[in-house]
Design a protein around this ligand. Structure first.
Ligand code: NDP
Ligand code: MG
Length: 296
């Protein structure tokens, strides 16, 4: 039985992590939940999962519902004795200090918040050995799955897939008229606001490239990004013999979340299994580096 704390339990990843826990009560138990200010949902979750510890970053809401407050509260939950694994799924780099504290306290961290490695990879990675940092991001989970049983020194290239976002194929001129609503309308994934906007600009893929370099100890020139609009192949690894191994599934974060929580064990998950007949045409395009670049 793994005792799990979820920082960011009211968000897109957090609620799906709870879906995974709900399906495996024999293997996973929630002992801590924390969010920013959504006290109503946190209380509903607390009523269902009976965690020992509740955290609320916003001090006013924290005092209303009797939760631990602020960064200190997040760190207390991430390090407390009755937690084995901490899911870090808060938005942005607010998860950096709780991640470091959890690793220092000997916990396993299932990391969704890629900003943690982008901002603090050089501090976090040395603390994460052996294998105590488990990626939730679908691309990095795919790479980890492709590397099982393989020799890291025989990895030639990591191939990260990108859907291309809602503006794939658009010109820079056309992009000038984009609205927030259009940018929030992702073609394949349903996610929180910040990552959806980052996906529309392809900034997300830049963050993921940095995340991959830290997680798999590989230089950026050996990470290729390829557009794959169907979002079925979640990423691939090319080995020195030319063989390419990929991980496939519907675009559904519950699968990589479950792998981060329970892998390498593979038991039924809340995700619908994928079959080749479901998506007979898988397509690939090079990244449009002319349109999706920083303004000069
Ligand atoms: P959401 O916006 O859906 O959820 C964010 C969560 O973090 C909420 O629970 C929010 O609480 C909580 N939160 C925000 N600020 C704080 C804070 N200061 N203290 C405590 N809790 C806080 O985001 P996502 O779930 O989409 O993304 C979370 C992370 O996971 C991001 O780093 C993202 O890049 C990464 N990720 C997400 C994927 C996805 O499919 N959604 C895929 C891969 C990575 P409240 O509800 O109270 O505001
Ligand atoms: Mg991703």
């Amino acid at each position: 039985m793994k005792r799990v704390a979820i920082l960011g339990s009211t968000g897109s990843i957090g609620t799906q992590a709870l879906d995974v826990v709900r399906m495996h009560p024999e293997a996973l138990r929630v002992t801590g939940l924390a969010a920013h200010s959504n006290g109503g949902l946190l209380q509903e979750q607390a009523a269902e999962f009976s965690p020992k510890h509740l955290g609320m970053y916003n001090a006013d809401v924290a005092s209303q519902i009797g939760a631990l407050a602020g960064m200190d509260g997040l760190i207390e939950i991430a390090t407390c004795e009755d937690v084995d694994l901490v899911v870090v799924s808060v938005s942005g780099m607010i998860g950096l200090r709780p991640t470091i504290a959890a690793l220092d306290a000997g916990k396993v961290v299932a990391l969704a918040s890629k900003e943690v490695l982008v901002a603090g990879g050089s501090i976090v990675m040395p603390k994460a050995t052996p294998n105590r940092l488990r990626p939730i991001d679908s691309e990095h989970s795919a790479v980890l799955q492709c590397l099982q049983g393989e020799r890291p020194d025989q990895v030639n290239q990591i191939i990260l897939t990108a859907s291309g976002g809602p503006f794939k194929g658009w010109s820079r001129e056309r992009l000038e008229t984009v609205t927030v609503e259009q940018a929030l309308n992702h073609p394949t994934w349903c996610m929180g606001g910040k990552i959806t906007i980052d996906s529309a600009t392809l900034m997300n893929k830049g963050l993921e490239l940095i995340e991959a370099c830290w997680l798999f100890d590989i230089s950026p020139d050996r990470v290729q990004i390829i557009v794959h609009p169907e979002s079925i192949i979640h990423s691939m690894v090319k080995f020195d013999d030319g063989s390419v191994i990929g991980q496939l599934g519907h675009p559904d974060m519950k699968l990589p979340i479950q792998y981060a929580l329970l892998g390498p064990e593979r038991i039924t998950s809340p995700s619908k299994p994928w079959s080749p007949i479901d998506t007979p045409n898988l397509t690939f395009e090079p990244l449009d580096e002319v349109t999706f670049t920083l303004p000069s």
